[in-house]
Design a protein around this ligand. Structure first.
Ligand code: AMP
Ligand code: MG
Length: 498
């Protein structure tokens, strides 16, 4: 138990504070009146050897609300800019978040610990720096689900209520979300310094990013270019995973794009039910800029903004720099396609590469779109018996034709023994490992948040988290978690987490 003689100490090593002075402002959490612990991610805490065993929920709430930070914490708010829906905002920054410190995990890997919603910082502008409880719970559920779905993401360490109200359209219970990320350096962090013409700082940041995230770039003949190429590749991988999982981020502004390729800032995000490339959930995304189908293009657009910041590091001659970095930027589209197609091959149970695979994968999506079929379940349904499958896909000629192509493609794969048949045990096993059965269904997330925030009933929140911990393994009694939203749920609209 922490006390005066034995204070709580985390394994912090704060490289950003040490090495990047001028990139942040020291700040501190506002006092929370009566913090209460909602959830602690024990497994994640263990990964960092956090000395939390034996602490009471109240003591944990004091820590994760920011009231009593562990020894070694050096809370700061980071500066960044961002293109928001295409328009440049030169001064954003951590307006409702604090970087508490950098934790080293058991193998010495470095991660940021950040508190979101802990009160005003010098970057808060007109905002209160706080968060309502519902968005905290939402980010907890969805970021952990994404992790279990094998999508790179920030992680949820803890959620607390503050005991204070936050003023939105009405007074709402306040919450603080403790998250872990490989770092919180964003495309917008580079933009902040590039926009002010502070090229020495852009270089300093690039050096920091290389050392922390892309040390292999140091061996390349052009380290900054190599760093950019690795960022491009990580983003191509990330967006492919979003698309394969049916995830719509909803607010892909450059300040919400990490330099590591982790999903960050879960605001109005949601998972698509019926396959429709035009899907938009965010109430503020009026023109569908960040619609499901636009995500690869928007990532490329954001990377082009990063490329602009890096030009002076690539070559002293602007035109030469543009020429060189454009080649690297253009790799995004090919890499994205490759990541996506490899993911689709897995989802369709294929282990080899054939020239017609793109057409096969797109053909399946076109069946889904024409027949208004649930995206997630459609892949699981492919492993149903040949009789049942036709019913599941509405017995249409379009599906039958596609199914035949798929069957022939599966048969053509040279596999041993009975694995040759389309639904060999081996293929079903592989497909089930690539196709989740449980995702955070919007109607279930909403119901869990409503019960928690209106009635203080966290049972649905807890249950949803436990179901989503194992998204690929079908379990008895969990049928409702695999079902799409009932019709009366209607077209889902999500709101920013402010
Ligand atoms: P977001 O759209 O949530 O990624 O946030 C965009 C910008 O608005 C960031 O600079 C945030 O720090 C800031 N922001 C969002 N909500 C608040 C708030 N309640 N108080 C102060 N700043 C905020
Ligand atoms: Mg953000």
């Amino acid at each position: 138990m922490p006390n005066k003689t034995n204070p709580l100490k985390f394994n912090f090593d704060n490289s950003l504070v040490r090495e990047l002075s001028g990139f942040y402002v020291k700040s501190s959490a506002e006092h929370a009146q009566q913090p209460m612990l909602v959830k602690l991610n024990d497994q994640l805490a263990k990964q960092f050897n956090l000395p939390l065993d034996g602490l009471t929920p109240n003591q944990l709430a004091q820590i994760f609300s920011g009231n009593q930070l562990p020894i070694g914490a050096e809370p700061v708010a980071q500066a960044y800019s961002g293109h928001q829906f295409g328009h440049f905002s030169p001064q954003l920054g951590d307006g409702r978040a604090l970087l508490v410190g950098e934790l080293l995990d058991k193998v010495g890997k470095r991660f940021d610990l950040q508190l979101k919603g802990s009160g005003k910082t010098p970057f808060s502008r007109g905002g209160d720096g706080k968060s309502a409880l519902a968005p905290v719970l939402r980010e907890y559920i969805i970021s952990e689900a994404m992790h279990k779905l094998n999508v790179p993401t920030t992680r949820a360490l803890a959620a607390v209520t503050t005991g204070d109200n936050v003023c939105r359209e009405k007074a709402l219970a306040g919450g603080v979300f403790a998250r872990i990320a490989s770092s919180h350096v964003r495309v917008g962090t580079f933009q902040f310094f590039a926009a002010r013409g502070e090229l020495d700082k852009v270089k300093q940041l690039a050096d920091y990013v290389i050392n922390r995230h892309y040390p292999k770039a140091l061996n390349a003949s052009k380290p900054y270019l190599a760093m950019f190429e690795m960022i491009v590749s990580n983003q191509a991988n990330l967006i492919a995973k979003w698309m394969l999982t049916g995830f719509v981020h909803g607010v892909m502004n450059t300040d919400n794009m990490t330099i590591t390729g982790e999903t960050i800032d879960y605001g109005p995000c949601a998972f698509m039910d019926i396959y429709n490339p035009e899907t938009v959930f965010s109430s503020i995304d009026k023109n569908g800029r960040y619609a499901y189908k636009n995500q690869p293009n928007m990532a490329l657009w954001n990377l082009a903004r990063l490329a602009e910041c890096l030009l002076p590091l690539i070559n002293t001659d602007d035109n030469t720099a543009i020429e060189i970095i454009t080649i690297a930027l253009n790799q995004f589209t090919e890499q994205y396609k490759e990541y996506w197609l490899n993911g689709m091959r897995k989802k369709l149970g294929l282990t080899t590469k054939q020239p017609n695979d793109m057409a096969l994968a797109e053909g399946f999506l076109s069946v889904l779109q024409h027949q208004n079929i649930d995206y997630t379940n459609s892949f699981r349904n492919l492993t149903a018996s040949s009789k049942k499958i036709m019913v599941l896909f509405n017995n249409t000629a379009l599906f039958k034709q596609w199914y035949n192509d798929w069957k022939n493609r599966c048969d053509a794969e040279s596999m041993s023994g009975d694995a040759k048949s389309i639904l060999s045990d081996e293929r079903v096993k592989r497909m089930n490992a690539a196709n989740p059965i449980y995702i955070p269904r919007n109607h279930l997330v909403e119901a869990a948040l409503k019960a928690a925030t209106s009635d203080g009933d966290y049972s649905q929140f807890e249950k949803l988290i436990s179901v989503l911990e194992n998204p690929f393994k079908q379990r008895q009694g969990l049928e409702k978690y695999a079902a799409p939203a009932p019709q009366e749920f209607g077209n889902y609209k999500s709101f920013c987490g402010t």
